[in-house]
Write a protein that binds this ligand. Structure first.
Ligand code: ADP
Ligand code: TRP
Length: 320
């Protein structure tokens, strides 16, 4: 199967990105033909400083490779290196009902928060549809917050196929229920925009600080605690074996253990889990040419696939 996904370089990668998306991306490489990209045109809707965008794009590339992207197998590239995508975006824009865009959460959230949205935020799902459909994937692995964008993509593909003939594949979202929404340190969805993240590649001191800042309720140490309503437990569960999870549930039920001790255990688990990736990341950092070459080669392979679809589309709509 062909698998495709993108990740925005709008900050450092965090545990929500890892469990909601990256972990699946890495695992899906074993049995599928994968296309993964750094969605820098999407990040332009929020990142205003050129140096920040350059830095975040480079960091995401390094971090992704360190976490296990295999560029021999997978096509790994930067969205902006494929100019066929913005071309297709314009063509799709003409099929996109405004009402559907107005219902999209990303746009509605901005309005609800009193932000005056620009056209980029409004049209974001059309760009996303273009960079999915152009590669004709079967599966798009993402976190739950992206589900609506995949639905828009499917609607748009059906509209195009109805108007111009069967050209696009209708992609399926791939969302694992156990990783659908990873909570942040404040209990809301973990997100760069909420400043509630635990970053994958932070220092040990920073990791400890972030874990210790996870919000818990005020149940006294000796009393039983409800693990089903606790984001500390939800994060612990991500790293625990089934036996460890059961043991922790018992600890919560019995009472007598404070949240501080649970945080200490979680800190050790996160640190140990990512230790090998830190080591791999250090060796990638020591070879900057590797990242540049990898992205250049990936862009070439991505453009081959994208160019083929764009030619078909242009022919179908009457531009060629
Ligand atoms: P952020 O909200 O931090 O800006 P992105 O929108 O860049 O994150 O998300 C990149 C990928 O990670 C997407 O597939 C998204 O669904 C997933 N993701 C982000 N945050 C979470 C979360 N808290 N839980 C599950 N998946 C998430
Ligand atoms: N919008 C996605 C996010 O914020 C990133 C993205 C851009 C994407 N294009 C994509 C994800 C195509 C999957 C497929 O996370």
């Amino acid at each position: 199967m062909r698998v495709l996904s993108g990740i925005q370089p709008s900050g450092r990668l965090h545990l929500g990105n890892y469990f909601g998306a990256i972990k699946q991306h890495i695992e899906l490489q074993a049995k599928n033909e994968c296309f993964y990209f750094i969605a820098d045109y999407h990040a332009l809707t929020t990142v205003r400083k050129a140096d920040d965008l350059r830095k975040f794009s480079q960091e995401v590339a390094i971090d992704y490779l360190a976490l296990g992207i295999d560029p021999q197998k997978t096509v790994f590239f930067r969205q902006s290196d494929v100019p066929e995508v913005p071309e297709l975006t314009w063509i799709l824009t003409n099929l996109m009902p405004l009402g559907l865009l107005e219902r999209c959460h990303s746009y509605k959230d901005k309005i609800a928060h009193g932000v005056t949205p620009h056209l980029g935020v409004f049209a974001y799902p059309v760009l996303m549809a273009a960079d999915i459909l152009i590669y004709k994937p079967d599966l798009v692995p993402v976190g739950k917050d992206q589900k609506q964008h995949i639905e828009v993509t499917r609607d748009l593909a059906i509209k195009f196929n109805t108007a111009y003939g069967e050209l696009f594949k209708i992609p399926e979202p791939h969302i694992l229920p156990q990783y659908a929404v990873i909570p942040g340190v404040d209990g809301q969805k973990m997100s760069k925009s909420y400043k509630n993240t635990i970053d994958i590649f932070c220092s040990e001191a920073e990791l400890r600080k972030r874990v210790m800042s996870i919000k818990t309720d005020s149940t006294p140490v000796e009393q039983p605690k409800d693990h089903t309503k606790c984001s500390l437990f939800a994060l612990y569960e991500l790293f625990a074996t089934p036996d460890e999870k059961k043991r922790m549930e018992d600890i919560y039920r019995k009472g007598g253990t404070g949240y501080g001790a649970v945080k200490e255990e979680l800190f050790g688990k996160i640190r140990d889990y990512f230790k090998p990736y830190h080591e791999r990341r250090n060796s990638i950092l020591a070879d900057p040419a590797y990242v540049a070459t990898t992205l250049r080669e990936g862009a070439g392979r991505a453009r081959d696939a994208a160019g083929k679809t764009l030619r078909e589309v242009k022919k179908a709509v009457g531009i060629i």
